[in-house]
Design a protein around this ligand. Structure first.
Ligand code: NAD
Ligand code: LMR
Length: 326
């Protein structure tokens, strides 16, 4: 058995937290030979609820759960931590766009970035889930200057999974047949799910569907899926978001499979002409705990236009939180 690692989950008393913690403790995220010490961070009024979550975690008697720390202090929450899932933030309601949350949520991420900088392992792997995830990841990263910007990522894996299922249904296949899906850009309504490079049973996906379906059905369905779930459930996605967070961290820590790739919001190094320093979703492969942006993916004129629109939105979001970017 390996030495335990510390995993911080913020917003641990919230709905995604409840769908996430038990799977982390069961080994689904870091493997069934990796014990974990969970650091559960939430705000002061949530501490009673958090104690309930702790009791339930204890009652599962997970063999891999080596400890639970509950706190409302970010300095304790991030102390020596190796992995952090930043979920704690307000969710949107009907009729809102995710960027409408910037004002309410951005300050959380500057505080937590500083606490990560001062307390966490310098090799920490951070995933931001709280919306708007890409720009919150940028704020966190810029407030933690002693840690590599490569260690801060944003979640577009839920969009990636949604896109895989939509093309599988359309082509009468299963997700097991779908590879090389890419979500480009922002976790927002401007994201670009790319079928030109995706494969279904080895065949290019766009050879199996027509352009009208791609433009009028597939892309808007994936872009608007979060809003559709809020409308149907009266609350934003939780179990599927937790599942995507597990998948994102697992791919990053344990690696991606063969030639396939996953979508991750990562620090742009200028690949594909995207402005350096934005947290933009790219196709990524992971190995030995490191991600790399897959190079040489075909970008046609249609794709280029969509990739630029979502880049533009991210630049605007960044400019709107300049005061939080040291
Ligand atoms: P929720 O309201 O159920 O839970 C949020 C939790 O965060 C609450 O327990 C709250 O007390 C806590 N919190 C608030 N401020 C905090 C702070 N400063 N420090 C620590 N904890 C704090 O919400 P939820 O449904 O769990 O969603 C959480 C976030 O995840 C939302 O912003 C939502 O929009 C986002 N989300 C993102 C994706 C994605 O794909 N990136 C998917 C689903 C949801
Ligand atoms: C989602 O995509 O389900 C989440 O980002 C929640 C939301 O606000 O749509």
């Amino acid at each position: 058995m390996k030495q335990p690692v510390r995993v911080t989950v913020t917003g641990a008393a919230g709905q995604i937290g409840y769908a996430l913690l038990f799977r982390i403790a069961s080994g689904a995220m870091l493997g069934d030979d990796q014990p974990v010490i969970l650091h559960l961070l939430d705000i002061t009024p949530a501490m009673d609820a958090l104690q309930g979550v702790r009791m339930e975690l204890e009652d599962c008697a997970f063999p891999l759960l080596a400890g639970v720390v509950c706190t409302d202090d970010p300095n304790v929450g991030f102390k020596d931590t190796d992995y952090a899932l930043l979920v704690g933030a307000r969710p949107r309601g009907p009729g809102m766009e995710r960027k409408d949350l910037l004002e309410a949520n951005a300050a959380i991420f500057s505080v937590q970035g500083k606490a990560i900088d001062e307390n966490a392992s310098k090799n920490i792997k951070v995933l931001v889930v709280g919306n708007p995830a890409n720009t919150n990841a940028l704020i966190t990263q810029r407030n933690a200057p002693s840690i590599s910007p490569r260690n801060f990522t944003a979640m577009t894996r839920l969009d990636h999974n949604r896109a895989m299922t939509q093309i599988a249904i359309k082509t009468g296949k299963t997700v097991n047949d779908v590879t090389n899906m890419t979500i480009w850009g922002n976790h927002s309504a401007t994201q670009y799910p790319d079928l030109f490079n995706a494969k279904v049973a080895g065949q290019t996906a766009t050879e199996l569907v027509d352009q009208a379906w791609l433009e009028a059905d597939f892309i808007p369905t994936v872009q608007q899926r979060g809003a559709a779930i809020i409308k149907a459930r009266g609350a934003s996605s939780a179990a599927s978001a937790a599942n995507a967070a597990i998948g994102h961290m697992r791919s990053w820590a344990l690696g991606t499979t063969g030639d396939d790739w996953v979508s991750m919001g990562v620090y742009s190094d200028g690949s594909y002409g995207i402005a350096e320093g934005l947290v933009y979703s790219f196709p990524c492969r992971c190995k030995d705990g490191e991600w790399e942006i897959v190079q040489g993916v075909e970008v046609n004129d249609f794709s280029r236009g969509k990739m630029l629109a979502t880049e533009q939105e991210l630049a605007e979001e960044r400019d709107g939180v300049k005061h939080l970017l040291p």
